[in-house]
Design a protein around this ligand. Structure first.
Ligand SMILES: C[S@@+](CC[C@H](N)C(=O)[O-])C[C@H]1O[C@@H](n2cnc3c(N)ncnc32)[C@H](O)[C@@H]1O
Length: 296
């Protein structure tokens, strides 16, 4: 990698406070098994050189590093300096507890579209980043120039439309509604994941693979409810304008410090599952002038 820019970061809605970084790590706990499975399915293999764009606190880079092993190399890049510090210190802690496990892994500050590499990589990957970019098609086109011919481009984003509680309950339902509304008002596309297929096509990179997995969980799940409450907390701090029903909904939701406890009580009395955003992944192979059909 040849440069690290001093640009102010990005349009990322939930900018990187320590609380938001903790939330990203909690979210990763829920989605990492899905991401790892699809990285392997799409063709990430030992020995590969991988670029993880919008790496945040490093979770996807850690997954990739675990797959490519000591003969491969992973570079995580992000626009935000503070979250990269978190990624670096998490990597150092992992290296201390399992020396050699991460192989060559480094984190660098770079902001799309200003990403340049000294040499092409075998794969560019990213989770929950394309949907935050003003022009994901242009970003994909640009990133494809960083991958060797016949290499892999893979992005994962959320489709937030499934977000609901089944059967509906008043408190958890109000929280999920508030989250969806805050994301919309904040400019996040709720359907970014489902739109990946079209984004890849418009970038001239027809996907060779698509997958969609929706996690869900009830009161016994260690991650789902804390993640929902932490997401609500992060978004409610932003004081985004709400609709006419927002005040009544806020009264229903009440004090955020006791919210997790009350949601747990509600879902204990009324067994119901929270259906989380679907993780949609699309991947393609970069054109190979030497010919040959793209492989899955
Ligand atoms: C929702 S977080 C996802 C982090 C990580 N990929 C994960 O799944 O845990 C989105 C990340 O993309 C970064 N980001 C947003 N726009 C960017 C840009 N233009 N260039 C580089 N990073 C960007 C943000 O700083 C943030 O860390």
């Amino acid at each position: 990698m040849s440069r690290a820019l001093e640009q102010p970061s990005s349009d990322y809605l939930l900018s990187h406070s320590p609380t938001e970084t903790d939330r990203l790590v909690l979210q990763a706990r829920l989605y990492d098994p899905i991401t790892e499975q699809v990285l392997r399915q799409a063709g990430i293999r030992p020995g590969m050189r991988v670029l993880d764009v919008g790496c945040g606190a490093g979770d996807v880079s850690f997954l990739a590093a675990g797959i490519v092993g000591p003969t491969g190399a992973v570079t995580g890049v992000d626009a935000a300096a503070d979250v990269l510090e978190v990624a670096r210190s998490r990597a150092a802690a992992r290296r201390r507890s399992r020396p050699g496990a991460l192989g060559s892994l480094r984190f660098e500050r770079m902001t799309l579209p200003d990403i340049t590499l000294e040499e092409p990589v075998d794969a560019v990957i990213g989770r929950l980043v394309l949907g935050h970019l003003p022009d994901p098609v242009a970003a994909l086109r640009l990133l494809s120039g960083l991958v060797r011919p016949g290499g892999l481009i893979l992005f994962q984003d959320f489709d937030n439309f499934p977000l609901r509680v089944e059967p509906p309950t008043p408190l958890a339902g109000a929280v999920l509604e508030a989250i969806a509304e805050a994301l919309t008002v904040g400019g996040t596309s709720l359907g970014a994941g489902a739109r990946l297929y079209s984004v890849f096509h418009r970038a001239g990179l027809p996907p060779v693979g698509l997958s969609a997995t929706t996690p869900m969980g009830g009161v016994e799940d260690a991650t789902v409810l804390p993640l929902v409450v932490q997401t609500y907390r992060a978004l409610s701090r932003m004081a985004l304008p709400g609709n006419s029903g927002a005040e009544e909904r806020e009264r229903t939701i009440g004090d955020v410090d006791t919210l997790l406890h009350r949601v747990r009580e509600e879902l204990t009395e009324e067994p119901a599952t929270v259906i989380m955003p679907t993780a949609v992944t699309a991947w393609c192979r970069t054109p190979d002038p030497a010919g040959g059909a793209p492989t899955r």
